[in-house]
Design a binder for this molecule. Structure first.
Ligand code: BES
Ligand code: MG
Ligand code: ZN
Length: 488
Protein backbone atom coordinates (compact mmCIF):
# COMPACT_ATOMS: atom_id res chain seq x y z
CA UNK A 1 0.00 0.00 0.00
CA UNK A 2 1.47 3.29 -1.12
CA UNK A 3 0.70 6.43 0.83
CA UNK A 4 0.71 9.78 -0.91
CA UNK A 5 -0.81 13.25 -0.90
CA UNK A 6 -3.93 14.29 -2.79
CA UNK A 7 -6.94 12.55 -4.20
CA UNK A 8 -6.71 8.88 -5.19
CA UNK A 9 -9.55 6.82 -6.62
CA UNK A 10 -13.23 7.37 -6.00
CA UNK A 11 -13.75 6.23 -2.43
CA UNK A 12 -13.45 8.77 0.38
CA UNK A 13 -12.58 7.86 3.95
CA UNK A 14 -14.02 10.41 6.30
CA UNK A 15 -13.17 10.49 10.01
CA UNK A 16 -16.07 11.90 12.02
CA UNK A 17 -16.23 13.33 15.53
CA UNK A 18 -19.35 12.30 17.45
CA UNK A 19 -22.37 14.42 16.46
CA UNK A 20 -20.48 16.21 13.67
CA UNK A 21 -22.32 16.76 10.37
CA UNK A 22 -20.07 17.36 7.35
CA UNK A 23 -21.35 19.72 4.69
CA UNK A 24 -20.37 17.47 1.78
CA UNK A 25 -22.42 14.57 3.18
CA UNK A 26 -25.10 16.53 4.99
CA UNK A 27 -28.15 14.60 3.72
CA UNK A 28 -26.60 11.21 4.28
CA UNK A 29 -25.24 12.04 7.72
CA UNK A 30 -28.46 13.61 8.94
CA UNK A 31 -30.37 10.56 7.82
CA UNK A 32 -27.91 8.18 9.49
CA UNK A 33 -28.06 10.17 12.69
CA UNK A 34 -31.84 10.29 12.73
CA UNK A 35 -32.07 6.54 12.19
CA UNK A 36 -29.34 6.02 14.78
CA UNK A 37 -27.27 4.11 12.24
CA UNK A 38 -24.13 6.22 12.47
CA UNK A 39 -23.57 9.00 14.96
CA UNK A 40 -19.78 9.17 15.01
CA UNK A 41 -19.38 7.11 18.18
CA UNK A 42 -15.95 5.65 18.73
CA UNK A 43 -15.59 2.37 16.85
CA UNK A 44 -18.56 2.95 14.52
CA UNK A 45 -18.12 2.56 10.79
CA UNK A 46 -20.65 3.21 8.07
CA UNK A 47 -19.63 2.10 4.63
CA UNK A 48 -21.47 3.20 1.55
CA UNK A 49 -19.16 1.53 -0.92
CA UNK A 50 -20.28 -0.81 -3.63
CA UNK A 51 -18.01 -3.54 -4.93
CA UNK A 52 -14.96 -1.93 -6.61
CA UNK A 53 -17.03 1.26 -6.51
CA UNK A 54 -17.05 4.78 -5.24
CA UNK A 55 -18.56 6.71 -2.35
CA UNK A 56 -17.69 7.06 1.28
CA UNK A 57 -16.60 5.27 4.44
CA UNK A 58 -17.53 7.15 7.61
CA UNK A 59 -15.38 6.41 10.66
CA UNK A 60 -16.62 7.25 14.15
CA UNK A 61 -13.94 8.74 16.40
CA UNK A 62 -16.07 9.52 19.48
CA UNK A 63 -15.85 12.76 21.40
CA UNK A 64 -13.18 15.26 20.42
CA UNK A 65 -11.86 15.57 23.98
CA UNK A 66 -11.21 11.80 24.18
CA UNK A 67 -9.53 11.51 20.80
CA UNK A 68 -6.22 9.67 20.81
CA UNK A 69 -3.88 8.00 18.33
CA UNK A 70 -5.07 4.55 19.33
CA UNK A 71 -8.67 5.40 18.33
CA UNK A 72 -7.40 6.56 14.94
CA UNK A 73 -5.30 3.42 14.44
CA UNK A 74 -8.27 1.20 15.21
CA UNK A 75 -10.67 3.19 13.03
CA UNK A 76 -8.35 3.23 10.03
CA UNK A 77 -7.50 -0.45 10.45
CA UNK A 78 -11.22 -1.09 10.04
CA UNK A 79 -11.37 1.17 6.99
CA UNK A 80 -8.41 -0.69 5.44
CA UNK A 81 -10.18 -4.01 5.91
CA UNK A 82 -13.33 -2.59 4.38
CA UNK A 83 -11.39 -1.47 1.28
CA UNK A 84 -9.97 -4.99 1.03
CA UNK A 85 -13.41 -6.59 1.42
CA UNK A 86 -14.88 -4.33 -1.28
CA UNK A 87 -11.82 -4.74 -3.49
CA UNK A 88 -11.17 -1.02 -3.73
CA UNK A 89 -7.65 -0.34 -5.03
CA UNK A 90 -7.38 3.37 -4.28
CA UNK A 91 -9.01 5.73 -1.81
CA UNK A 92 -8.64 9.20 -0.32
CA UNK A 93 -8.46 10.05 3.37
CA UNK A 94 -10.07 13.38 4.13
CA UNK A 95 -7.72 14.64 6.80
CA UNK A 96 -8.55 18.29 6.53
CA UNK A 97 -9.89 18.86 9.97
CA UNK A 98 -7.57 20.36 12.52
CA UNK A 99 -8.23 18.67 15.81
CA UNK A 100 -7.79 20.98 18.68
CA UNK A 101 -4.96 20.03 21.03
CA UNK A 102 -3.97 17.30 18.64
CA UNK A 103 -0.92 17.50 16.45
CA UNK A 104 -1.77 17.18 12.78
CA UNK A 105 1.32 15.16 12.05
CA UNK A 106 0.54 12.67 14.79
CA UNK A 107 -3.02 12.38 13.52
CA UNK A 108 -1.90 11.54 9.99
CA UNK A 109 0.72 9.07 11.28
CA UNK A 110 -1.85 7.22 13.38
CA UNK A 111 -4.27 7.07 10.45
CA UNK A 112 -1.52 5.73 8.19
CA UNK A 113 -0.46 3.17 10.79
CA UNK A 114 -3.99 1.81 11.05
CA UNK A 115 -4.24 1.51 7.27
CA UNK A 116 -0.87 -0.19 6.99
CA UNK A 117 -1.71 -2.62 9.81
CA UNK A 118 -4.67 -3.81 7.71
CA UNK A 119 -2.28 -4.93 4.96
CA UNK A 120 -0.28 -7.37 7.07
CA UNK A 121 -0.52 -10.97 6.00
CA UNK A 122 1.52 -14.01 6.69
CA UNK A 123 0.60 -16.50 4.02
CA UNK A 124 3.83 -18.24 3.07
CA UNK A 125 2.65 -21.61 4.23
CA UNK A 126 -0.94 -21.36 3.01
CA UNK A 127 -1.45 -23.32 -0.17
CA UNK A 128 -5.23 -23.80 0.27
CA UNK A 129 -7.96 -21.14 0.32
CA UNK A 130 -5.58 -18.49 -0.93
CA UNK A 131 -8.30 -16.23 -2.30
CA UNK A 132 -8.48 -14.10 0.85
CA UNK A 133 -4.78 -13.21 0.48
CA UNK A 134 -4.81 -12.20 -3.15
CA UNK A 135 -6.27 -8.71 -3.18
CA UNK A 136 -4.35 -5.73 -1.86
CA UNK A 137 -5.14 -2.03 -1.73
CA UNK A 138 -2.68 -0.14 -3.94
CA UNK A 139 -2.66 3.49 -2.91
CA UNK A 140 -4.18 5.83 -0.35
CA UNK A 141 -4.08 9.57 -0.86
CA UNK A 142 -4.21 12.00 2.05
CA UNK A 143 -6.13 15.17 1.35
CA UNK A 144 -4.71 17.72 3.76
CA UNK A 145 -4.55 21.52 3.99
CA UNK A 146 -1.93 22.88 1.61
CA UNK A 147 0.25 24.42 4.29
CA UNK A 148 0.51 21.01 6.00
CA UNK A 149 1.47 19.04 2.91
CA UNK A 150 5.20 18.97 3.48
CA UNK A 151 4.88 17.94 7.11
CA UNK A 152 2.34 15.25 6.33
CA UNK A 153 4.42 13.91 3.47
CA UNK A 154 7.35 13.51 5.91
CA UNK A 155 5.05 11.88 8.44
CA UNK A 156 3.81 9.38 5.87
CA UNK A 157 7.36 8.45 4.84
CA UNK A 158 8.36 8.01 8.47
CA UNK A 159 5.30 5.88 9.21
CA UNK A 160 6.02 3.70 6.18
CA UNK A 161 9.62 3.17 7.35
CA UNK A 162 8.54 2.46 10.90
CA UNK A 163 5.87 -0.01 9.83
CA UNK A 164 8.34 -1.76 7.51
CA UNK A 165 10.40 -2.35 10.66
CA UNK A 166 7.34 -3.61 12.53
CA UNK A 167 6.45 -5.96 9.66
CA UNK A 168 10.01 -7.25 9.42
CA UNK A 169 9.86 -8.15 13.12
CA UNK A 170 6.50 -9.85 12.63
CA UNK A 171 7.76 -11.86 9.66
CA UNK A 172 10.88 -13.01 11.48
CA UNK A 173 8.89 -14.05 14.55
CA UNK A 174 6.14 -15.81 12.62
CA UNK A 175 8.56 -18.13 10.84
CA UNK A 176 8.61 -21.67 12.23
CA UNK A 177 11.91 -22.73 13.80
CA UNK A 178 12.36 -25.40 11.14
CA UNK A 179 13.26 -22.53 8.82
CA UNK A 180 14.21 -19.74 11.21
CA UNK A 181 17.29 -21.02 13.04
CA UNK A 182 20.27 -18.88 14.14
CA UNK A 183 22.15 -18.82 10.83
CA UNK A 184 18.98 -17.83 8.97
CA UNK A 185 18.08 -15.13 11.49
CA UNK A 186 21.59 -13.71 11.08
CA UNK A 187 21.35 -13.76 7.27
CA UNK A 188 17.92 -12.14 7.33
CA UNK A 189 19.24 -9.36 9.57
CA UNK A 190 22.12 -8.82 7.16
CA UNK A 191 19.83 -8.81 4.14
CA UNK A 192 17.46 -6.28 5.68
CA UNK A 193 19.99 -3.95 7.31
CA UNK A 194 23.19 -3.82 5.26
CA UNK A 195 21.57 -2.08 2.28
CA UNK A 196 20.47 0.67 4.69
CA UNK A 197 24.02 1.27 5.89
CA UNK A 198 23.98 -0.79 9.08
CA UNK A 199 27.19 -2.70 9.77
CA UNK A 200 26.21 -6.33 10.44
CA UNK A 201 28.78 -8.66 11.96
CA UNK A 202 27.95 -12.34 12.40
CA UNK A 203 30.14 -14.36 14.73
CA UNK A 204 30.21 -18.15 14.62
CA UNK A 205 30.75 -20.71 17.38
CA UNK A 206 34.53 -20.44 17.32
CA UNK A 207 34.48 -16.66 17.64
CA UNK A 208 31.86 -16.88 20.38
CA UNK A 209 34.16 -19.28 22.23
CA UNK A 210 37.08 -16.91 21.81
CA UNK A 211 35.01 -14.13 23.33
CA UNK A 212 34.43 -16.34 26.35
CA UNK A 213 30.65 -16.31 26.07
CA UNK A 214 30.26 -19.63 27.86
CA UNK A 215 26.80 -18.97 29.31
CA UNK A 216 25.45 -18.38 25.80
CA UNK A 217 27.30 -21.46 24.56
CA UNK A 218 25.95 -23.61 27.40
CA UNK A 219 22.39 -23.00 26.27
CA UNK A 220 23.32 -23.54 22.62
CA UNK A 221 25.16 -26.82 23.27
CA UNK A 222 22.22 -29.19 22.91
CA UNK A 223 21.31 -28.08 19.41
CA UNK A 224 22.76 -29.26 16.13
CA UNK A 225 22.26 -25.73 14.82
CA UNK A 226 25.26 -23.48 15.23
CA UNK A 227 24.71 -20.46 17.50
CA UNK A 228 25.34 -17.02 16.04
CA UNK A 229 26.22 -13.75 17.69
CA UNK A 230 24.66 -11.01 15.58
CA UNK A 231 26.01 -7.49 16.06
CA UNK A 232 24.37 -4.63 14.19
CA UNK A 233 25.89 -1.14 14.33
CA UNK A 234 24.15 2.00 13.12
CA UNK A 235 26.48 4.98 13.23
CA UNK A 236 24.05 7.80 12.61
CA UNK A 237 25.56 10.01 15.32
CA UNK A 238 28.99 11.54 15.55
CA UNK A 239 32.04 9.47 16.34
CA UNK A 240 32.58 9.36 20.08
CA UNK A 241 28.95 10.13 20.88
CA UNK A 242 27.06 7.82 23.22
CA UNK A 243 26.00 4.42 21.95
CA UNK A 244 22.53 3.11 22.73
CA UNK A 245 22.60 -0.67 23.11
CA UNK A 246 19.61 -2.79 22.11
CA UNK A 247 19.74 -6.44 23.12
CA UNK A 248 17.21 -9.02 21.96
CA UNK A 249 16.62 -12.53 23.26
CA UNK A 250 17.24 -14.79 20.29
CA UNK A 251 16.01 -18.28 21.11
CA UNK A 252 14.90 -19.51 17.70
CA UNK A 253 13.36 -22.41 19.61
CA UNK A 254 12.88 -23.15 23.29
CA UNK A 255 11.96 -26.74 24.06
CA UNK A 256 12.85 -26.12 27.72
CA UNK A 257 15.86 -28.44 27.40
CA UNK A 258 16.02 -31.13 30.10
CA UNK A 259 13.37 -29.16 32.02
CA UNK A 260 11.26 -30.00 29.00
CA UNK A 261 8.06 -28.10 28.34
CA UNK A 262 4.75 -29.91 27.85
CA UNK A 263 3.61 -29.85 24.20
CA UNK A 264 1.04 -27.12 24.85
CA UNK A 265 3.73 -24.80 26.18
CA UNK A 266 6.26 -25.79 23.52
CA UNK A 267 4.12 -25.24 20.45
CA UNK A 268 4.59 -21.48 20.25
CA UNK A 269 8.26 -21.45 21.14
CA UNK A 270 9.44 -20.48 17.66
CA UNK A 271 8.45 -16.98 18.90
CA UNK A 272 11.12 -17.07 21.60
CA UNK A 273 13.29 -14.89 19.36
CA UNK A 274 10.64 -12.14 19.59
CA UNK A 275 13.09 -9.82 21.33
CA UNK A 276 15.64 -10.18 18.56
CA UNK A 277 12.93 -9.74 15.93
CA UNK A 278 12.01 -6.47 17.62
CA UNK A 279 15.55 -5.09 17.80
CA UNK A 280 16.25 -6.06 14.18
CA UNK A 281 12.96 -4.44 13.12
CA UNK A 282 13.78 -1.32 15.11
CA UNK A 283 17.25 -1.12 13.51
CA UNK A 284 15.61 -1.24 10.09
CA UNK A 285 13.34 1.70 10.92
CA UNK A 286 16.17 3.64 12.61
CA UNK A 287 18.45 3.25 9.59
CA UNK A 288 15.73 3.89 7.01
CA UNK A 289 14.95 7.17 8.78
CA UNK A 290 18.69 7.87 9.17
CA UNK A 291 18.24 8.81 12.83
CA UNK A 292 21.25 10.83 14.01
CA UNK A 293 22.20 8.43 16.81
CA UNK A 294 24.68 5.66 17.40
CA UNK A 295 22.86 2.43 18.08
CA UNK A 296 24.27 -1.07 18.45
CA UNK A 297 21.97 -4.06 18.54
CA UNK A 298 23.13 -7.44 19.79
CA UNK A 299 21.49 -10.84 19.51
CA UNK A 300 22.71 -14.15 20.91
CA UNK A 301 20.84 -16.54 18.65
CA UNK A 302 20.58 -20.23 19.54
CA UNK A 303 18.17 -23.09 20.22
CA UNK A 304 17.41 -24.67 23.60
CA UNK A 305 17.28 -28.38 22.81
CA UNK A 306 17.83 -31.83 24.29
CA UNK A 307 20.77 -34.05 23.36
CA UNK A 308 23.66 -35.86 24.96
CA UNK A 309 25.53 -32.55 24.90
CA UNK A 310 22.84 -30.33 26.42
CA UNK A 311 23.42 -28.31 29.53
CA UNK A 312 21.71 -29.82 32.53
CA UNK A 313 19.73 -28.88 35.61
CA UNK A 314 22.35 -28.60 38.33
CA UNK A 315 25.22 -27.44 36.14
CA UNK A 316 27.26 -24.43 37.23
CA UNK A 317 28.24 -22.18 34.37
CA UNK A 318 30.78 -19.39 34.17
CA UNK A 319 29.47 -16.41 32.24
CA UNK A 320 31.52 -14.04 30.10
CA UNK A 321 31.57 -11.59 33.02
CA UNK A 322 33.20 -14.21 35.25
CA UNK A 323 30.11 -14.52 37.46
CA UNK A 324 28.89 -18.08 37.87
CA UNK A 325 25.32 -19.27 37.35
CA UNK A 326 23.69 -22.31 38.94
CA UNK A 327 21.31 -23.83 36.45
CA UNK A 328 18.28 -24.68 38.56
CA UNK A 329 16.10 -24.93 35.48
CA UNK A 330 17.27 -25.35 31.90
CA UNK A 331 13.99 -23.75 30.78
CA UNK A 332 15.08 -20.44 32.30
CA UNK A 333 17.57 -20.24 29.42
CA UNK A 334 16.82 -16.75 28.10
CA UNK A 335 18.45 -15.00 31.04
CA UNK A 336 21.53 -17.23 30.69
CA UNK A 337 22.06 -16.19 27.06
CA UNK A 338 21.23 -12.56 27.88
CA UNK A 339 23.81 -12.53 30.68
CA UNK A 340 26.52 -12.75 28.02
CA UNK A 341 24.68 -10.61 25.46
CA UNK A 342 24.32 -7.75 27.98
CA UNK A 343 27.89 -7.99 29.25
CA UNK A 344 29.22 -8.08 25.68
CA UNK A 345 27.11 -5.01 24.76
CA UNK A 346 28.18 -3.05 27.84
CA UNK A 347 31.89 -3.91 27.68
CA UNK A 348 32.90 -4.96 24.16
CA UNK A 349 30.51 -2.61 22.32
CA UNK A 350 30.83 0.11 24.95
CA UNK A 351 27.12 0.98 25.03
CA UNK A 352 26.37 3.73 27.52
CA UNK A 353 22.81 2.57 28.13
CA UNK A 354 21.01 -0.64 27.24
CA UNK A 355 17.46 -1.75 26.56
CA UNK A 356 16.95 -5.48 26.41
CA UNK A 357 13.83 -7.06 24.96
CA UNK A 358 12.96 -10.66 25.73
CA UNK A 359 10.15 -13.21 25.76
CA UNK A 360 11.57 -14.04 29.15
CA UNK A 361 8.92 -15.41 31.52
CA UNK A 362 5.49 -16.99 31.59
CA UNK A 363 5.15 -15.19 34.92
CA UNK A 364 4.79 -11.80 33.22
CA UNK A 365 1.63 -13.14 31.56
CA UNK A 366 0.32 -14.14 35.02
CA UNK A 367 1.05 -10.63 36.29
CA UNK A 368 0.02 -8.42 33.36
CA UNK A 369 -1.78 -10.59 30.82
CA UNK A 370 -1.17 -9.96 27.16
CA UNK A 371 -1.62 -6.22 26.73
CA UNK A 372 1.25 -4.84 28.83
CA UNK A 373 4.96 -5.46 28.50
CA UNK A 374 6.59 -5.81 31.94
CA UNK A 375 9.68 -3.73 32.66
CA UNK A 376 12.52 -3.77 35.18
CA UNK A 377 15.22 -1.13 35.49
CA UNK A 378 18.23 0.09 37.46
CA UNK A 379 17.59 3.71 36.39
CA UNK A 380 14.23 5.39 37.07
CA UNK A 381 15.00 8.34 34.74
CA UNK A 382 15.69 6.05 31.82
CA UNK A 383 12.53 4.09 32.65
CA UNK A 384 10.52 7.32 32.44
CA UNK A 385 11.90 7.96 28.96
CA UNK A 386 11.06 4.44 27.85
CA UNK A 387 7.52 4.81 29.25
CA UNK A 388 7.06 8.11 27.40
CA UNK A 389 8.29 6.51 24.19
CA UNK A 390 5.87 3.63 24.65
CA UNK A 391 3.02 6.10 25.23
CA UNK A 392 3.85 8.00 22.06
CA UNK A 393 4.15 4.76 20.12
CA UNK A 394 0.87 3.32 21.39
CA UNK A 395 2.51 0.31 23.06
CA UNK A 396 1.78 -0.45 26.70
CA UNK A 397 4.44 -1.01 29.30
CA UNK A 398 4.31 -1.38 33.09
CA UNK A 399 7.24 -1.08 35.44
CA UNK A 400 7.62 -3.86 37.99
CA UNK A 401 9.10 -3.13 41.43
CA UNK A 402 12.73 -4.00 42.03
CA UNK A 403 14.59 -3.80 45.29
CA UNK A 404 16.95 -5.74 47.51
CA UNK A 405 14.32 -8.24 48.63
CA UNK A 406 14.26 -9.58 45.07
CA UNK A 407 18.04 -9.37 44.76
CA UNK A 408 18.27 -11.71 47.77
CA UNK A 409 16.12 -14.31 46.05
CA UNK A 410 18.50 -14.96 43.17
CA UNK A 411 21.71 -15.34 45.19
CA UNK A 412 23.34 -18.71 44.53
CA UNK A 413 24.13 -21.48 46.96
CA UNK A 414 26.96 -23.21 45.08
CA UNK A 415 27.65 -20.40 42.61
CA UNK A 416 27.04 -16.63 42.45
CA UNK A 417 23.50 -16.59 41.07
CA UNK A 418 20.67 -19.02 40.43
CA UNK A 419 18.72 -18.92 37.18
CA UNK A 420 15.43 -19.67 38.93
CA UNK A 421 14.23 -18.77 42.40
CA UNK A 422 11.25 -20.08 44.37
CA UNK A 423 8.86 -17.63 46.02
CA UNK A 424 6.98 -16.07 43.08
CA UNK A 425 7.71 -12.75 41.35
CA UNK A 426 9.18 -14.72 38.45
CA UNK A 427 9.43 -11.85 36.00
CA UNK A 428 11.03 -9.54 38.56
CA UNK A 429 13.66 -12.04 39.66
CA UNK A 430 14.39 -12.77 36.00
CA UNK A 431 14.92 -9.04 35.41
CA UNK A 432 17.04 -8.65 38.52
CA UNK A 433 19.20 -11.55 37.39
CA UNK A 434 20.01 -9.61 34.21
CA UNK A 435 20.95 -6.52 36.21
CA UNK A 436 24.10 -8.35 37.29
CA UNK A 437 25.49 -8.28 33.77
CA UNK A 438 25.02 -4.68 32.66
CA UNK A 439 28.16 -3.43 34.38
CA UNK A 440 26.20 -0.64 36.08
CA UNK A 441 25.20 0.92 32.77
CA UNK A 442 21.73 2.48 32.69
CA UNK A 443 19.41 -0.29 31.70
CA UNK A 444 15.77 -1.14 31.08
CA UNK A 445 14.56 -4.69 30.58
CA UNK A 446 11.34 -5.38 28.69
CA UNK A 447 9.62 -8.74 29.14
CA UNK A 448 7.46 -9.23 26.05
CA UNK A 449 6.40 -12.86 26.67
CA UNK A 450 2.77 -11.68 26.73
CA UNK A 451 2.93 -9.02 24.03
CA UNK A 452 5.20 -10.35 21.27
CA UNK A 453 2.42 -12.40 19.75
CA UNK A 454 -1.29 -12.93 20.08
CA UNK A 455 -3.32 -16.14 19.84
CA UNK A 456 -6.49 -14.36 18.73
CA UNK A 457 -7.09 -11.32 16.56
CA UNK A 458 -6.76 -8.27 18.84
CA UNK A 459 -7.33 -4.65 17.79
CA UNK A 460 -5.23 -4.09 14.68
CA UNK A 461 -3.32 -7.37 15.11
CA UNK A 462 -4.20 -10.57 13.31
CA UNK A 463 -3.19 -13.76 15.16
CA UNK A 464 0.58 -14.23 15.35
CA UNK A 465 3.48 -11.86 15.93
CA UNK A 466 2.70 -8.22 16.80
CA UNK A 467 6.08 -6.55 16.26
CA UNK A 468 6.00 -5.19 19.82
CA UNK A 469 7.98 -3.12 20.87
CA UNK A 470 9.60 -1.96 17.61
CA UNK A 471 7.74 1.37 17.76
CA UNK A 472 8.79 2.04 21.36
CA UNK A 473 12.44 1.31 20.57
CA UNK A 474 12.36 3.53 17.50
CA UNK A 475 10.69 6.37 19.41
CA UNK A 476 13.18 6.01 22.27
CA UNK A 477 16.14 6.29 19.92
CA UNK A 478 14.53 9.14 18.01
CA UNK A 479 13.73 11.22 21.09
CA UNK A 480 16.89 10.47 23.07
CA UNK A 481 19.32 13.29 22.79
CA UNK A 482 16.77 15.54 21.10
CA UNK A 483 17.39 18.20 23.71
CA UNK A 484 21.10 17.95 23.08
CA UNK A 485 20.50 18.46 19.35
CA UNK A 486 18.54 21.63 20.02
CA UNK A 487 21.28 22.99 22.28
CA UNK A 488 23.90 22.55 19.56
N1 BES B 1 10.53 -18.62 26.64
C1 BES B 1 10.03 -18.85 27.94
C2 BES B 1 9.05 -17.80 28.42
C3 BES B 1 7.72 -17.73 27.70
C4 BES B 1 6.61 -18.37 28.22
C5 BES B 1 7.58 -16.96 26.57
C6 BES B 1 5.40 -18.29 27.58
C7 BES B 1 6.37 -16.87 25.91
C8 BES B 1 5.28 -17.52 26.42
C9 BES B 1 11.18 -18.91 28.93
O1 BES B 1 12.38 -19.34 28.44
C10 BES B 1 10.79 -19.84 30.00
O2 BES B 1 10.64 -20.98 29.72
N2 BES B 1 10.66 -19.34 31.21
C11 BES B 1 10.29 -20.13 32.32
C12 BES B 1 11.12 -19.69 33.48
C13 BES B 1 11.03 -20.57 34.67
C14 BES B 1 11.53 -21.93 34.38
C15 BES B 1 11.82 -19.92 35.77
C16 BES B 1 8.81 -19.91 32.60
O3 BES B 1 8.33 -18.79 32.46
O4 BES B 1 8.15 -20.88 32.94
MG1 MG C 1 12.58 -21.46 28.54
ZN1 ZN D 1 12.69 -19.08 26.43
Amino acid sequence: MRLSLGEKGKVKILPVIEGEIREEYKDLMEYLEKEDIFTGKKGQMYSDVVYRGENVILLGLGKEKDLCSETLRNAFFKAGNELKAKKVEEATVIAERKYEDFCFKRTASAMAEGLIYSTYKYDRYRTMDRKEFEFSVKEIGFQVPEDKEEKISDALTETRNLMDGVFLARNLVNEPSEYMYPAVLAEEAKKALEPLGVEVEIKDRKEIEELGMSAFLAVAKGSSKEPKLIVMRWKGGNEGEDIIGLVGKGLTYDSGGYAIKPPTGMVGMHTDMGGSGAVIGAMKAIAAQKLPRNVTAVVCACENMISGDSYKNGDIIKSMSGKTIEIINTDAEGRVTLADALYYTAVNENASEIIDVATLTGAVIMALGTSYTGAVTNCPEMMEKVKNSADMAGEKIWQLPSDDSYREMIKGRRGDLVNQAPGGAGSITAGMFLENFVEKKNWVHMDIAGTADTQKAKGYFIPGATGTPVKTLYTYVKTSGEKRDKDK
